[in-house]
Design a protein around this ligand. Structure first.
Ligand SMILES: *Cc1c(COP(=O)(O)O)cnc(C)c1O
Length: 394
């Protein structure tokens, strides 16, 4: 394969025109579950699709190049990717995870801890004392997730990786919210990058998938072997669709983040909005760090509506182009209410500690025209204003 250096070129063209059978420009989809031996005791490059598949390998190779890793394992979901990596740990190993990590990750870590599969400490990784105390216990793995969900908190990957390495821990970064187009954790010292490819990597809300990219060849081999043992590798068709999504990753995310910047600016100036959490805003506590660590601020943001849950209902029922749905990173704009949707599994007390209020809304900003996106928000906020007025009048 050509040695393609620029990430934009890797995304658009890795594996293009390499088909030796017919000269297909688009890498073909190999659906076969099994492969003919060349002869007795002569296995070919592939023998069975659970272990390896050419279409899945094409996606893995592309993701590994984009993240600057030695290789990747493509899994059936983002959760499968995280669990695959956790499968390398034993019962005496300690994982240090962010206290505000993705809800599914929190549930997985807690469930495996409770079954005695490994130990876990959840810490606020921006709290130096808390992080130091956790690192003093000699963890095997430090998991980071930046920006965080849904408050878009930023942590310093390079700094945490340096401190983790000093105590012999490996570092994994969940890069789902930005994608390698905007952040490359391996270049900042991470040993593993995790993706829910369901989100920006595929980008079209029609595949659930995941990947683990490892910096070292030995880790790639260990992950690939364990993925085969437990059978969590992704389907060839999903890999084919996901690679199709990767082709447009850069232009999608560039356009989506420019729409998101417009949304953040619009919301920040509005009287019915109490707070906006977007790392691109100067008012965001992680703004300077995001500017240094990321190649862009991304297309996810959250904001606090003034008033109570009644206003949230009025807003989401009138917000035009935004669909009320979980997930993120697709070409279409989505709005989610963390309290009743993505973070409903957390207790009210846990949400309060994490800073997730009942009036918080999360936006995944899509590829629609900026004017239509802002018009949708205007109509949502107009419904809030009208609702509060009629409430006062009655
Ligand atoms: C969605 C998501 C996951 C889980 O991925 P699935 O593909 O839904 O299994 C993990 N981490 C983050 C940050 C996510 O947004």
């Amino acid at each position: 394969m050509l040695n393609l250096r620029k990430p934009q070129t890797v995304a658009a063209a890795n594996g293009v025109a390499t088909d030796s059978a017919f000269g297909a420009v688009t890498p073909p989809l190999y659906m076969s579950s099994t492969y003919a031996f060349a002869g007795f005791e002569k296995a070919g490059a592939y023998d069975y699709t659970r272990s390896a598949n050419p279409s899945r390998d094409m996606l893995a190779d592309t993701l590994a190049k984009l993240e600057g890793g030695a290789g990747a394992v493509v899994t059936s979901s983002g959760m499968a990717a995280i669990d695959l990596m956790l499968g390398l740990l034993g019962r005496d190993d300690l994982v240090v995870a962010p206290h505000d990590c993705y809800g599914g990750t929190y549930r997985l870590l807690a469930a495996r801890r409770d079954r005695g599969h490994f130990k876990v400490e959840f810490v606020d990784q921006n709290d130096d004392a808390a992080l130091s105390a956790a690192l003093a216990k000699s963890p095997s793995l430090v998991l980071v997730e930046t920006p965080s969900n849904p408050l878009m908190r930023i942590v310093d990957i390079k700094r945490i990786a340096g401190r983790a390495k000093a105590v012999g821990a490996k570092v994994a970064a969940d890069n789902t919210f930005l994608s390698p187009a905007l952040q490359r954790p391996i270049l900042l010292g991470a040993d593993f990058v995790i993706h829910s490819t369901t989100k920006y990597i595929n980008g079209h809300s029609d595949v659930v998938g995941g990947a683990v990219i490892a910096a070292s060849k030995a880790d790639v081999e260990a992950l690939a072997a364990w993925a085969n043992v437990i059978g969590v590798t992704g389907s060839p068709f999903d890999a084919y669709l996901t690679l199709r999504g990767v082709r447009t990753l850069f232009p999608r995310i560039e356009r989506q983040q420019s729409n998101a910047a417009a949304v953040a600016a619009f919301l920040e100036g509005h009287s019915l909005v109490a707070a906006v959490h977007y790392p691109g805003l100067k008012s965001h506590p992680g703004h300077e760090l995001a500017k240094a660590q990321q190649a862009g601020f991304g297309a996810m943001l959250s904001f606090e509506l003034a008033g109570g849950v009644e206003n949230v209902r009025r807003f989401v029922e009138a917000v035009g182009i935004f669909t009320l749905a979980e997930s993120l990173g697709g070409v279409e704009s989505l709005v989610a209410h963390p309290t009743s949707m993505t973070h409903a599994g957390m207790s009210a007390e846990a949400r309060r500690i994490a800073g997730i209020s009942d009036s918080l809304l999360r936006l995944s900003v899509g590829l629609e025209a900026e004017a239509d996106i802002v018009a949708g928000l205007e109509s949502g906020l107009a419904a809030v204003a009208a609702g509060s007025r009629s409430q006062k009048a009655s």
